[in-house]
Design a protein. Structure first.
Length: 179
């Protein structure tokens, strides 16, 4: 995995919000600091576009979250939660995200996917065949192993979770003092 990063490199950042949200919640019981992630993955390069793909809930209480994303320069694309007759619920943006990446990739030098979902491997392989550098940022503990292997660069947010999670201080280690 070799990556090239320079100030003139045009990048697009595509955030699988549900994937990141559930990883942070399940692994750390915390919310994601999207501003810190944006700063990390952009690395001073030319940001062409950043899009977060979000499922809206039945109550619609996401307005403050959308405003926060906009402050970080992240555009939001929303889709309603699907509720089926039996009560099952489904919400994902995988196809929409993939289509947007494919449409924008001719104008990008690098694509950053913020997800741990292995379903994006065929998209990554396609982009690489088009000579687009592909990077993934996610919590390594909940990321597809194959996804880590195929990308040009993997940014493991689990290495320093306190940087990417709101209010996370890490585990407190008890130290025994010998008398």
């Amino acid at each position: 995995m070799s990556t090239i990063k320079h100030d003139e490199q045009r990048i697009g950042i595509f955030i699988d919000t549900q994937n990141l949200y559930h990883s942070a919640k399940n692994l750390y019981q915390r919310k994601v600091n999207f501003g810190a992630i944006m700063k990390e993955v952009a690395s001073g390069r030319k940001l062409v576009r950043a899009i977060a793909y979000v499922i809206t809930s039945e109550g619609g209480e996401e307005k403050a979250f959308f405003e926060a994303l906009n402050k970080f320069g992240i555009e939001t694309k929303t889709k309603d939660l699907q509720i089926f007759a039996g009560g099952a619920k489904k919400g994902d943006w995988d196809v929409g995200l993939a289509v947007d990446v494919m449409k924008m990739s001719p104008r990008l030098d690098a694509v950053v996917l913020v997800t741990g979902d292995g379903d994006f491997i065929p998209l990554i392989e396609y982009l690489q065949s088009q000579l687009v550098q592909v990077e993934v940022a996610s919590f390594g503990k909940s990321t597809s192993m194959k996804l880590k292997e195929v990308v040009d660069n993997f940014i493991d947010l689990s290495i320093t979770p306190q940087k990417y999670l709101i209010g996370y201080r890490g585990r407190k280690v008890k130290v025994k003092v010998q008398k």
